[in-house]
Design a binder for this molecule. Structure first.
Ligand code: HEM
Length: 146
């Protein structure tokens, strides 16, 4: 169970990143080019939202079964334990809240340009937070590329 969840959580990062990048680039270029909001724009931002929410669910389960998460006093002194117990979850939760807010504000916006602007800014900040708190292999936090 645990290895399957870690693999799923690790591999899904690429779908999260792919759809966030697609939604961000598409909204920026259409905003700048004054183009209409289409079903594809909605699809990109919806898939990005769905995959980040699946990551949230998998991450929450992992948080309570992972050996890299501990609730003891020595956590802050250990780089890997501190990363997963405190840093990863905190930044990822903020990023997921921002992406969710961006999606719902874009949905409620009344003009196409407002939809693109909301999607662009909220998703961009969410993506940056995710990128800085993914345990990339070169950070030696015991995680792989997929
Ligand atoms: C979009 C959001 C997220 C992304 C892209 C992401 C990505 C990742 C990646 C790539 C790993 C390393 C997996 C490996 O190869 O070993 C990981 C590990 C982990 N993540 Fe996330 N994560 C996200 C959100 C969350 C959230 C919200 C939580 C907690 C609620 C969480 C909890 C964990 C835990 C506990 C581990 C360590 C698993 C282990 O190896 O034991 N993640 N995450």
């Amino acid at each position: 169970m645990y290895p399957i969840l870690v693999s799923a959580h690790s591999g899904l990062r690429w779908l999260v990143l792919l759809f966030l990048v697609l939604a961000i680039f598409s909204s920026l270029s259409k905003w700048q080019g004054n183009k209409p909001y289409t079903a594809n724009d909605k699809r990109f931002s919806l898939f990005a939202l769905i995959f980040t929410h699946i990551q949230l669910i998998l991450g929450l389960v992992l948080y309570f079964i992972s050996p890299k998460v501990r609730f003891s006093g020595d956590v802050m002194g250990n780089t890997m334990l501190r990363f997963y117990t405190v840093e990863h979850i905190t930044l990822m939760l903020i990023a997921i809240v921002l992406i969710t807010m961006g999606y719902s504000r874009a949905k409620r916006a009344t003009t196409d340009i407002a939809k693109f602007k909301k999607t662009f800014w909220f998703y961009l900040i969410g993506l940056l937070l995710i990128l800085v708190r993914i345990p990339w292999p070169f950070r030696n936090l015991g995680a792989g590329w997929y």
